[in-house]
Design a protein around this ligand. Structure first.
Ligand SMILES: CC(C)(COP(=O)(O)OP(=O)(O)OC[C@H]1O[C@@H](n2cnc3c(N)ncnc32)[C@H](O)[C@@H]1OP(=O)(O)O)[C@@H](O)C(=O)NCCC(=O)NCCS
Length: 167
């Protein structure tokens, strides 16, 4: 039985092991945090094991410093039949400063699909319905990101087939 929790937040310190060549947090590490938070939110909503199917609209807005207090906030903004689409915002601040100093560092939409573990196939998830204007805007944004993501997928598939036939 699922808890049907729509929002989830992770908070932790950026560690020295997360550093990139420029001394800030590595972009790949931020993507891992987005995936981990999205996974926790997906299984909380569906009550089932879930896998990442797509990540869209990712934008690294500002760097995160080592030792910053990082917040990864996840919000469900669309459900399909088996898919759950989450808006993810990663923000950070010096832990010696107050919450008003939080900087938006990265945002993205990440899509998970709930799987029937015995069959390994997508399974239906509880439906989420937008309740107000903000929800409806986020819902529309998620659908735009999905349309772009699927369009890119179709283009890339076509390109890959062409490349294969040339070898
Ligand atoms: C996820 C997976 C099971 C989906 O299988 P599939 O046969 O493609 O299933 P479907 O075509 O029915 O798609 C399942 C859902 O994904 C959605 N989806 C597929 N491509 C998408 C994209 N680019 N953007 C957003 N959603 C997408 C579909 O719309 C569908 O959602 P719906 O049921 O709500 O309509 C399969 O692609 C897979 O195993 N991928 C690898 C997952 C993985 O290893 N992730 C990384 C580690 S967790």
């Amino acid at each position: 039985m699922s808890g049907q929790q729509r929002e989830l937040t992770l908070r932790f310190l950026a560690e020295p092991a997360d550093v990139n060549y420029g001394g800030k947090v590595h972009g790949g590490v931020v993507m891992k945090w987005i995936d981990q938070a999205g996974y926790a939110a997906a299984v909380a909503w569906s009550g089932h094991y879930s896998v990442t199917v797509a990540v869209g609209g990712i934008r690294f807005v500002a760097p995160i410093r080592i030792s910053d207090l990082v917040t990864v906030a996840v919000k469900l903004v669309h459900t399909g039949t088996s898919s759950m689409h989450f808006l993810v915002e990663v923000s950070a601040r010096d832990p010696m400063q107050g919450p008003d100093q939080n900087r938006l560092c990265t945002h993205s939409v990440i899509v998970f699909v709930a799987l029937d573990q015995a069959e390994g196939r997508p399974m239906a998830v509880p439906t989420w319905t937008p309740l107000d204007d903000e929800d409806r805007s986020l819902h529309e944004y998620a659908q735009q990101v999905m349309a772009l993501s699927k369009g890119i997928e179709d283009t890339v598939t076509g390109l890959r087939i062409k490349a294969d036939t040339q070898t």
